[in-house]
Design a protein around this ligand. Structure first.
Ligand code: NAG
Ligand code: NAG
Length: 379
């Protein structure tokens, strides 16, 4: 009896021992592999095994990265979680990087897959193809042209009406800037704007709010965490509000299906969705495995929508804040507007050529407050 217990005890001890040895060997193998990989990559700080440099990020990731750049040069490696990330830290390096086709792919990270579990990482080729096609469609729709300017001016008129309604009382401009700015993209993507209190508009605004609240660190973490983990966090609601994203995914799906029904292939595209659907049909006829798919369309709509909204809004809110902080500059801007534009018409883009002070103020705000100090990953 006693010897039986002893031998079970022995067995357990042996198992623990074997487990321990296995773990140690695995850990050493991991360190050795990591070391070999790092030998091939640009220099950089080592960080903590398994976690990488993440614990040292602090609040302002871009400042940490700038400091590392002083030590390691303009191209260096940091480890985030299990991933090694090469940082391009100056204009020359970024320009060279973005001219390299091999670096144009997007990783399969949560930013591009949330709410779209079917999404795949986009290969550099597919990404470039989609980008080229999308720019062409957007240009055909007037992106960057006079017709777009007129729409923006109309949308601004509606914004001003809302501001006037406050009647000099305090109000939160953020609440009407979100739908106002985002409606410009809606015109291009969906072919129409949404009223500020349209439930679809409200769902979009809620999503934009959720995205913009996420700090750059969370974004960096999400880009680096393994996909299974981010998906898990997403499905348990630990990141983002899943419901918000799902509502928006539903709205996008319903927009796409109503476009499918109402679109006339003989007419000009009304918007990006029309353009994509037409191209998808052509491509699918040639190649059933084309990367032009309904899922990809939904993803592109979400990307265009997100990218076209938050960045502009952040810039405008910073400009407003800086105008308040530097009221002497605000006064000069006001004078310039009065003398160049006057009070009888809306401003237009061409006016900028006669408004050096306002332009300099805007330019300086971009230098002073970088909107995206840390860009999303590519591979
Ligand atoms: C994912 O793909 C499957 C099969 O292709 C499809 O049935 C499903 O609806 C897709 N899910 C989403 C969220 O697009
Ligand atoms: C502001 O930046 C724009 C775009 O880079 C440039 O064309 C313009 O000359 C700049 N204006 C001033 C006053 O700095």
């Amino acid at each position: 009896m006693v010897s039986n217990i002893l031998s079970i005890y022995d067995l357990l001890l042996n198992l623990v021992f074997i487990l321990l040895i296995t773990l140690i060997v695995a850990f050493i193998t991991y360190l050795y592999n990591e070391y070999k990989v790092r030998q091939l990559l640009p220099p950089g700080p080592l960080g903590i095994p398994l976690m990488g440099y993440q614990p040292f990020f602090g609040k302002d990731l871009h400042k940490v990265v700038t400091k590392l750049g002083e030590k390691y040069g303009s191209v260096f490696t940091i480890q985030m979680g299990f991933k090694n990330i090469v940082v391009l830290n100056d204009w020359e390096a970024i320009k060279e990087g973005l001219h390299n086709d091999a670096l144009l792919g997007r990783p399969k990270t949560v930013l591009f897959t949330v709410g779209n579990t079917n999404s795949s990482a986009s290969s550099p080729h597919n990404w470039q193809d989609t980008r080229r096609f999308s720019l062409q469609v957007l240009r055909d729709l007037g992106f960057g042209k006079g017709s777009m300017e007129n729409r923006i001016t109309d949308e601004i008129r509606i914004l001003i009406k809302h501001v006037d309604e406050a009647n000099g009382r305090r109000f939160n401009i953020h609440k009407c800037l979100t739908p106002s700015i985002s409606n410009n993209i809606c015109h291009l993507v969906f072919g129409h704007r949404f009223d500020y209190n349209d439930p679809k508009r409200v769902a979009f605004d809620l999503m934009l709010e959720t995205i913009s609240k996420k700090s750059i660190i969370t974004t960096a973490f999400l880009s680096a965490a393994p996909l299974w983990l981010t998906k898990r966090m997403y499905s348990t609601g630990a990141i983002n509000s899943r419901k918000v994203f799902e509502t928006v995914a539903g709205v996008i799906r319903s927009e796409i299906s109503s476009h499918k029904k109402s679109m006339n292939p003989n007419n000009k595209f009304r918007d990006y969705i029309d353009g994509y659907l037409a191209e998808m049909e052509v491509r699918q006829r040639k190649d059933p495995n084309t990367h032009f798919t309904p899922q990809k369309l939904a993803e592109m709509v979400r990307i265009l929508f997100g990218a076209g909204s938050n960045a502009v809004q952040d810039s405008i809110e910073w400009l407003l804040l800086l105008c308040v902080r530097y009221s002497e500059h605000q006064k000069r801007i006001h004078e310039e507007i009065d003398s160049v534009v006057g009070r009888d018409r809306s401003p237009c883009y061409a006016d900028r050529l006669h408004m050096p002070f306002t332009q300099a103020f805007i330019n300086e705000s971009f230098r002073y407050k970088t909107k995206l100090p840390f860009n999303f990953m590519r591979w």
